[in-house]
Design a protein around this ligand. Structure first.
Ligand SMILES: [Zn+2]
Length: 131
C-alpha cells in the first residue's frame, strides 16, 4: 500500500501527546518539512532539499542529518543518539516515549555515572563540571 499523505502536520500528529506534538512541530518548522506521509508504524516527513526523510515514531524521530540538527530538535536536555539506519544520521527521543525506554547502550558515553572524585552526576560528555 502506498503511503497516504496527511492533509496537515496537525492531523499527522493527532495520536501524539501534547508534549511530543510541541517538540515535533518545532523541529518540523525549523527544518522546513512540508509533506507528511502515513507509513507503517511511523510518519514520514520530507521537505525541499532534504536528503533523508525524517521518520517520526511514537517515542522518537530518526533521520536527522547532523548531530547539531538532532541536538537542536531534541531541545534542552533532550536525548539524541547516532544511528546506523541510514549510517551517519541521528535520532532523538520524544518527551513522552511510551512504554519501556529503549535499552541504553552499555558504553561510557551513554551512561557516564558519577564523578569518582566528588560523586556528582556526570554530564553526557563524561567530564565533571564540579571538579
Ligand atoms: Zn567531580
Amino acid at each position: 500500500m502506498p503511503p497516504v499523505r496527511y492533509p496537515s502536520l496537525e492531523q499527522a500528529l493527532s495520536k501524539q501527546t501534547p508534549a511530543n506534538r510541541l517538540l515535533i512541530k518545532d523541529f518540523c518548522a525549523d527544518l522546513n518539512l512540508t509533506d507528511f506521509y502515513s507509513c507503517s508504524g511511523y510518519i514520514k516527513a520530507v521537505g525541499p532539499g532534504r536528503k533523508h526523510a525524517l521518520k517520526i515514531y511514537p517515542g522518537r524521530t530518526a533521520g536527522f542529518a547532523t548531530e547539531d540538527e538532532a541536538r537542536r530538535a531534541a531541545g534542552p536536555g533532550g536525548r539524541y543518539e547516532p544511528s546506523d539506519t541510514p549510517r551517519g544520521t541521528w535520532w532523538i527521543e520524544h518527551p513522552d516515549n511510551g512504554g519501556p525506554r529503549p535499552k541504553r547502550k552499555l558504553t561510557q558515553s551513554a551512561s557516564p555515572g558519577n564523578c569518582p572524585v566528588c560523586f556528582m552526576a556526570l554530564p553526557v560528555s563524561g567530564v565533571c563540571g564540579n571538579c
